[in-house]
Design a protein around this ligand. Structure first.
Ligand code: FAD
Length: 291
């Protein structure tokens, strides 16, 4: 099933993001993660795409195929074009087709300042989107950034390029994580005022430890609201208290987002199904009453 059709029901779409095991990594623990996430009945599960290596796509395909063909849950396979040629992408796309994977999150990928791993064929995600559109009948998702992408020259240019990307054939958007909902609401208003009317699902990352958040904030440039910083400082040496507070914070964010009519919630669960379980348990009544 194409994921953009799920948004037509008007009910918020619930999804989880996992990362695949590395080639020599522990597949069984990722399978256990999927087992536990499947019980929560998400609308789809997305699988990230490794940052480097010539066979990086295979790990993603393998897990996305399991989710789709063994668990019968829709899969969203991430795909990055950084360092890839058209032929590389064609090969990956034909594997996706063989595995019956219909939904792709098309990304440029992070540029590595230490390597020359750039792509001659795809400078931006918008080029990848246009290419995928020509190559097959896929549902195409793309990333968007409520607080602007870290490399963006300005908020305005970031939005203009987002519009170009969408016009090349994007069916729905998934946001970068954020901790301040107001940032998302003003972004959504700007996006809609540009006549970008496709669904936007919001990426929420529950804090599990201070290091993880500091790394994510450095990568994403997300603003940390004062009440969130207080939690980090107060409980940084008390992992279980920090986790409780992080889950409570994520739930509060989600309740507010659902009440404001978001199209979907995408949980960055970082292969920790117990976190997803606790969050879904907290909001299941709300999700069930949403139409
Ligand atoms: P783009 O849309 O190409 O944007 C990148 C930058 O280029 C932006 O600053 C934009 O303003 C600018 N730009 C765009 N078009 C133009 C133009 N025509 N001229 C000048 N500037 C332009 N990374 C992974 O490696 N694997 C993953 O699985 C993965 N999953 C992700 C999932 C989500 C939901 C998100 C939000 C990010 C994910 N990333 C992943 C990270 C992503 O690859 C990085 O954020 C990357 O730096 C940008 O990718 P993009 O597709 O948004 O790029």
């Amino acid at each position: 099933m194409k994921i953009h059709d799920m948004f037509r029901s008007g009910k918020p779409v619930l999804s989880f993001e996992i990362f695949p095991p590395k080639r020599d990594g522990d597949v069984s623990s990722v399978i256990r993660t999927i087992d536990e996430l499947a019980v929560l009945k998400p609308n789809y599960i997305s699988v990230t795409y490794g940052a480097a290596g010539s066979e990086r796509g295979l790990d993603t395909v393998r897990m996305a195929s399991k989710i789709k063909n063994e668990y019968h849950i829709e899969a969203l396979a991430h795909l990055t074009s950084v360092g890839a040629s058209e032929d590389d992408i064609k090969r990956i796309l034909s594997t996706y087709k063989e595995q019956n994977i219909e939904n792709i999150l098309a990304l440029r990928g992070d540029l590595d300042p230490n390597t020359v791993l750039q792509s001659r064929d795809f400078k931006y995600a918008s080029d990848l989107v246009a290419f995928i559109k020509r190559e097959g009948d896929f549902d195409i998702a793309a990333a968007c950034y409520p607080e602007s992408h870290v490399e963006a020259r300005s908020k305005t240019t970031d939005l203009i390029y987002l519009k170009d990307k969408v016009q090349n054939g994007v069916d729905f958007l998934v946001t970068q994580l954020f901790f301040d909902n107001e940032q998302f609401y003003s972004f959504r208003n700007e996006v809609r005022s540009l006549d970008i009317n496709i669904p936007i699902t919001v990426g929420i990352m529950p804090v599990l430890n201070r290091k993880q958040i500091e790394r994510m904030v450095a990568l994403s440039g997300a603003t940390l609201p004062e009440k969130f910083k207080k939690i980090l400082v107060k409980y940084e040496d008390k992992p279980s208290a920090l986790q409780d507070a992080g889950i409570a914070y994520a739930c509060e964010q989600i309740v507010d987002l659902l009440s404001s009519g978001v199209d979907g919630i995408h949980l960055y669960v970082m292969n920790k199904p117990e976190i997803a379980q606790r969050i879904v348990q907290n909001i299941s009544g709300i999700l069930n009453t949403m139409k």
